[in-house]
Design a protein around this ligand. Structure first.
Ligand code: MSP
Length: 632
């Protein structure tokens, strides 16, 4: 029986549109599920939207529509985004779905019947702005820390979940299963919450205060409050209690969240499951926060990073790669477009892109455009061994969620392959037909290594993996799993090699000029200069006021020009232009050249011209330019 793997993301609130934080969690879940599918497990991947509660009701009111209409609109934004990021979820859940409402009511009734939900009264400091009660110790100088207002003292009757009853059980469960919550820092954080006595959890709101929720099965004057509704989505999606999926995928559940919702997932959820008689999930996997410009993303700071903008600008796989490579799972990361472009250029364009294109070009040249046939004795083991080592490292990274380490291992392998090319110099071997066999074996090893890279990258960068496989003639194979990397004959001799477009074109960033690699150029360029040096040249738009030949010269023309002030320049264009046709034109001049004397006439600047089919052509403008205007 194949192992089961069930992966979930948080269900996202529908009070705001998706940003890179949501995209990150969902992409990580996608990478995990693609990997587990690839190694032959039975998988199920769920994401969705969390639609009840005051925040949503309020946002809908502001927008002047019903909560349901509002939820439909934003939920659709999430649902429609995921395919654009190549997310392969099996199910998209909404807390307003009928089957979810039914499951929540079923569990509430079950826990109520077993005596773990009771009716009690709650009194405390209530902040109207937050619509929640505060404990004395949470207030700052007696005021709500968010709104800076003094809360009202209120007494309200509500339903409570007897969470305190399960405190000791939970502490033991966490201690006996050290990676139940991981990475470790979050396990420690959860245990720190549990050092204080756990309060019972208020799980309802009277309908007089909030209507937008699921009605309690045992009291229709109340609705369930947020978490008791939302967390249950993880079992609704499996058709709890009787569904086949529930039997297959529970308790193999891997929950993925960011640190913001550790408490509900690390404390409320396991105790709710315990009270409902359901086994605890497998792992709670907690990652850090993406910040932008070193601060938390927020509408008011205007620093929200939108996933589709980046995907459209740089391509999907580059976007997925950056998010996965740059964040150490568990720690916060700061998003910067500059860092993104640098990684794209160095890791993707230089390392991976160049490797693929040079290998394919050489293989086509030296192996007649086809995967060559090579006998086992000719195969070189060093690349193959490096591939096997990479597989082991990637497997380890997946089992402890350190996906950035998997990518580091794959890039180490890419560098080994690049080194192998440099050391073996196929281009030198190619000069002498006597080396044919050796060269063919090297090319086969390289193509096989590219195949390994494509398979290893599949979960991370599915489109790139496909492009590489197409180029090495392996697109049709069905054998795309890690085991296939272990075979040293995974490529079929005779398959056609295809030269493709460059996988990742280099992005030239303005700021990058100084770090950009020196390119060898085919044209005869002068040595590179800094922007500062260029900026010393003062280029201006000049209007020609008068023109006349310089006496005794057959090509010099003396021009009187206006650049905001009048000046004289002498230009060597007399063979190509008559003075008459020049008058009134706007041209480009270098205005800060040291004056020179030409045939006895002082020239205070130089006109710009270039070679035409015959003679010279003077640079002009294709739209009206301002006289004296600076040229940048
Ligand atoms: N609706 C609840 C979750 C209920 S799950 C039963 C909720 N929704 S949310 O829209 O606020 O989503 C929070 C989650 O979105 C985080 O846990 C994380 O997965 C993702 N992120 C939102 N902002 C993020 C960052 N800035 N950085 C990383 N991930 C973040 O909480």
């Amino acid at each position: 029986m194949p192992k089961s793997f069930y992966i979930t993301t948080p269900i996202y609130y529908v009070n705001a549109s998706p940003h890179i934080g949501h995209a990150y969690t969902t992409i990580v879940a996608d990478v995990l599920v693609r990997y587990h599918r690839m190694i032959g497990e039975k998988t199920f991947f769920v994401t969705g939207t969390d639609e009840h509660g005051d925040k949503i009701a309020e946002a809908a009111q502001k927008a002047g529509i019903t909560p349901q209409e509002y939820a439909d609109k934003i939920s659709a934004q999430f649902r429609n985004l995921w395919p654009k990021l190549a997310i392969t979820n099996d199910y998209f859940i909404r807390t307003t779905d009928a089957n979810h409402i039914e499951t929540v009511r079923y569990i509430l009734q079950k826990v109520y019947d077993s005596g773990d939900i009771y009716f009690g009264s709650y009194e405390g400091h209530y902040c109207v702005g937050c619509e929640r009660f505060y404990m004395e110790k949470e207030l700052v100088e007696g005021k709500c820390p968010d709104h800076q207002t003094k809360p009202e003292y209120r007494k309200e009757s509500n339903y409570f979940f007897r969470m305190s009853k399960y405190q000791d059980w939970l502490i033991n469960h966490i201690k006996n299963n050290p990676d139940f919550i991981r990475p470790e820092r979050y396990k420690n954080e959860a245990l720190a919450f549990l050092r204080d006595p756990l309060d019972d959890l208020c799980i309802s709101r009277p309908k007089t205060r909030l209507e937008w929720g699921i009605t309690l099965p045992f009291d229709e004057n109340y609705v369930t409050y947020v978490w008791f509704d939302a967390l249950i989505n993880y079992v609704t999606a499996l058709d709890y209690p009787d569904g086949k999926k529930f039997k297959t995928f529970w308790p193999a559940a891997e929950h993925l969240i960011a640190k913001d919702i550790l408490k509900p997932h690390g404390i409320y959820w396991p105790t709710m499951l315990k009270a409902a008689g359901i086994e605890p999930f497998q792992h709670l996997n907690v990652h850090g926060y993406w910040n932008s410009d070193q601060s938390k993303m927020s509408k008011s700071l205007g620093n929200i990073v939108r996933p589709l903008d980046l995907k459209d600008k740089y391509g999907l796989d580059a976007f997925r790669y950056f998010l996965l490579r740059d964040m150490v799972f568990g720690l916060d990361s700061n998003f910067s477009e500059e860092a993104f472009v640098q990684r794209l250029n160095s890791d993707l364009a230089n390392d991976l892109g160049n490797l693929v294109s040079r290998t394919i070009t050489m293989a086509i040249k030296y192996c007649d455009g086809k995967v060559p046939r090579v006998s086992r004795k000719d195969k070189n083991q060093s690349l193959h061994e490096a591939a096997l080592k990479t597989v082991t490292e990637v497997e380890a990274s997946f089992s402890d969620m350190s996906l950035h380490k998997a990518l580091i291992a794959i890039w180490d392998f890419i560098n080994i392959i690049n080194k192998y090319i440099v050391e073996n110099e196929p281009w030198t071997l190619g000069k002498d037909p006597a080396n044919k066999e050796k060269l063919t074996a090297i090319m086969y090893d390289l193509l096989l290594a590219l195949r390994a890279i494509a398979v290893l990258l599949m979960p991370f960068m599915p489109q790139t993996a496909q492009k590489i496989l197409r180029q090495i003639g392996a697109e049709e194979s069905q054998d795309f799993n890690l085991i296939s990397i272990k075979k040293d004959d995974a490529l079929k001799a005779g398959s056609p090699l295809v030269r493709g477009e460059s996988l990742f074109p280099r992005i030239v960033q303005e700021k990058e000029n100084h770090v950009q690699e020196k390119k060898t150029s085919m044209i005869d360029l002068k040595p590179e200069i800094d922007y500062e040096e260029f900026a010393k040249v003062d280029l201006r738009v000049a209007k020609i006021l008068a023109a006349e030949p310089v006496p005794k010269s057959n090509k010099l023309i003396k021009l009187k020009v206006d650049i905001g002030e009048e000046r004289t320049i002498v230009a060597g264009i007399g063979k190509d232009y008559t003075p008459e046709e020049l008058i009134g034109r706007k041209i480009l001049i270098v205005a800060n050249l040291k004056p020179v004397k030409l045939m006895g006439v002082e020239s205070y600047g130089m006109l710009l011209a270039t070679d035409a089919d015959k003679g010279l052509t003077v640079l002009t403008f294709d739209r009206e330019a301002k006289t004296g205007g600076k040229v940048r």
